[in-house]
Design a protein around this ligand. Structure first.
Ligand SMILES: Nc1ncnc2c1ncn2[C@@H]1O[C@H](COP(=O)(O)OP(=O)(O)O)[C@@H](O)[C@H]1O
Ligand SMILES: [Mg+2]
Length: 367
């Protein structure tokens, strides 16, 4: 999946973008504040329906502009078009996928798998489990087709059970019904996550070995409840304490990926630089597994890479990307540092973010 055409209108400080990216490596340079991250942000919104740096999409809309429109055309036979529009005064995101106005967010996410590596990425290790769960579920969603349905049913059952626990109005029969639903779908969710993880682990280990060998580093999937008991048993046994707490304490909603070095939490023992490489290996492994499992490529958005890695690791990282044959959008304030990281035969399309006198920036291809 690569973007053949990208149009962004009304995004941050960007003058209308009309870009024909290369299916491989696109390098975007420009001074601080010129709009490089905004370009990646636009692609991210187009593929995920949300920004990676603004909680509210209205803040991404260009000042004094009533709306933003994002459009992309993906390679394929036939080519796939997708569009997103957000009006300043509305909280609704209008989506269109392959001409279908009733498209949902999951359709968007499905046609354009994206991975982001930016200076905040190391939070994947440091931050709460929700981020790692999202990472895990991204992988499962893209390779296991039943996952979305199972995930929705699990979430629905959990919502009902939690509402009953919270309000303390418990009709044992109704609680039993939702518990059974939760147990059934939650077990299925675990089965898919576990199957995905079994495929993911060797790919991750191999990727990390190429990027930064760290003997003693382990990655483990924790399903969110006792290993030895069924979810149905766990829910029944914890009913009383769940009621005291007002929510369901164990279940697939607590799943996590645990990363350790010699049995200690990786976050406590790895240097910041090592953490960044581990996160990079996780994210590159996602794309590599997607490729081998479904012959699809994901698009990589990489913000400020030279600032993150030393020259040696930067070229290891770039080489892994080159081997993957995927489309990459990568930003830099020092284009030379990044240019040198690639093998000589790799063609790199260069773009420059040029400040204009009206305060906006224009994306200009460089010959
Ligand atoms: N909604 C907006 N409308 C117009 N300009 C904005 C808006 N939000 C941010 N900006 C400006 O756009 C620029 C975006 O910079 P950014 O994309 O982070 O640049 P870079 O990544 O090249 O450093 C900043 O100068 C910022 O002040
Ligand atoms: Mg930036």
């Amino acid at each position: 999946m690569s973007l053949l055409q990208l149009n962004l209108d009304g995004v941050r400080n960007l003058q209308s973008v009309d870009m024909a990216p290369s299916p491989r490596i696109n390098l975007i340079n420009g001074v601080n504040g010129s709009g490089k991250t905004s370009l990646l942000e636009g692609i991210h919104i187009l593929g995920m329906g949300r920004s990676f740096r603004a909680r509210q999409l209205k803040n991404v809309i260009q000042a004094d502009t009533p709306y933003m429109t994002l459009y992309g055309r993906l390679e394929g036979d036939p080519q796939v078009s997708l569009g997103v529009r957000r009006l300043r005064g509305s909280s609704e995101l209008e989506l269109r996928v392959k001409g279908d106005k009733n498209a949902r967010l999951a359709d968007l996410v499905e046609v354009m798998p994206l991975q982001l590596i930016n200076p905040d990425a190391f939070r994947l290790l440091e931050g709460p489990p929700a981020g790692r769960r999202e990472f895990l579920d991204w992988g499962v969603f893209h390779v296991k087709h039943r996952f979305l349905e199972i995930w929705k049913r699990t979430r629905r059952a959990l919502k009902h059970r939690n509402a009953m626990l919270r309000h303390g109005r418990i009709d044992p029969r109704e609680l039993g019904v939702w518990e059974q639903e939760l147990a059934t779908w939650g077990e299925q969710m675990d089965t898919l996550r576990r199957a995905w993880f079994a495929d993911f682990l060797p790919v991750f280990e191999e990727t990390l070995e190429r990027l930064l060998p760290l003997p003693g580093l382990t990655l483990h999937y924790a399903r969110g409840w006792d290993k030895k008991r069924s979810l149905a048993d766990v829910l029944e046994a914890s009913r009383a304490t769940d009621q005291q707490m007002g929510f369901t304490q164990q279940g697939p909603q607590r799943a996590d990926l645990r990363i350790k070095l010699n049995k200690q939490p990786a976050i406590e023992v790895l240097s910041r630089g090592q953490q960044k490489l581990v996160v990079s290996a996780l994210k590159l492994a996602q794309g590599r597994l997607l490729e081998s499992a479904s012959q699809r490529h994901c698009i990589y958005l990489i913000d400020d890479l030279p600032a993150e890695l030393d020259a040696h690791h930067r070229s290891q990282f770039c080489q892994l990307l080159e081997d993957m044959q995927c489309q990459v959008f990568i930003t830099s304030v020092e284009p030379e540092a990044l240019r040198q990281a690639w093998q000589a035969q790799t063609t790199i399309s260069m773009f420059h973010m040029k400040h204009r006198s009206d305060g906006l920036s224009q994306l200009v291809p460089e010959g």
